[in-house]
Design a protein around this ligand. Structure first.
Ligand SMILES: CCCCCCCCCCCCCCCC(=O)SCCNC(=O)CCNC(=O)[C@H](O)C(C)(C)COP(=O)(O)OP(=O)(O)OC[C@H]1O[C@@H](n2cnc3c(N)ncnc32)[C@H](O)[C@@H]1OP(=O)(O)O
Length: 164
């Protein structure tokens, strides 16, 4: 059984973060499509905001899972990044980050990529510090947590199979 955190509990909703950007020419490659690295940067920042909200501490990125770019994002698209904490360790938080893209003239919204990050909370001396335990008070929160745990398991199993 996981030990209870010495800093109490916090809800999944308290961590939720969302940000939108318009893909500008500076964010694109020579084909006018999103630079993968720019999207990863926005995911990192949105994940860090979720982690910071949850831990109420400064946080650093410890790891990012494999990412697949499922659909192109074109210049002028509105890119929305959403993140929430779905699991915690002693000082670490697992955060799901989803990216969708939307062409305003067409009104569609496409899922373009998802990844799972681990952030670690730091104290004032920049040493890992305990985070609150995650609690899911509503059905919606439980579903978000369970779907993230399940997706990450599937994601990792598929990768393990691919590299066997
Ligand atoms: C209210 C809203 C305000 C918002 C306001 C703005 C918000 C803010 C915006 C900032 C926007 C920029 C956000 C970008 C964030 C960066 O880009 S940070 C820069 C990139 N990252 C780094 O430089 C981190 C470098 N690595 C390190 O410093 C250390 O390796 C770490 C990650 C702190 C771990 O330290 P350590 O000495 O290994 O510590 P250790 O006690 O062994 O492990 C601590 C925990 O880390 C875990 N861990 C260690 N390595 C790994 C790994 N590779 N993978 C997974 N977990 C790991 C361990 O499992 C352990 O977890 P727990 O069991 O405690 O849960």
């Amino acid at each position: 059984m996981q030990q209870q955190s010495s800093v109490g509990t916090r809800s999944l909703s308290a961590s939720r973060a969302e940000m939108s950007e318009i893909l500008m020419p500076n964010d694109t490659n020579n084909l006018g499509r999103a630079l993968g690295g720019r999207i990863l940067e926005w995911m990192d920042v949105c994940g860090a905001i979720a982690g910071r909200r949850f831990a109420e501490r400064q946080v650093v990125t410890a790891s990012m899972d494999h990412v697949d770019f499922l659909a192109p994002i074109d210049v002028g698209d509105v890119v929305t990044v959403e993140a929430y904490v779905f699991d915690t360790g002693r000082t670490s938080m697992d955060i799901k980050v989803d990216v969708t893209a939307e062409r305003p003239s067409e009104g569609d919204r496409r899922e373009t990529l998802t990844s799972f990050f681990t952030f670690v909370a730091l104290d004032d001396d920049e040493k890992p510090v305990p985070v609150p335990d995650l609690v899911c008070d509503s059905q919606e929160e439980r579903e978000l947590r369970d779907s993230a745990l399940q997706k990450r398991r599937e994601h990792r199993a598929a990768l393990a199979e691919e590299f066997e």
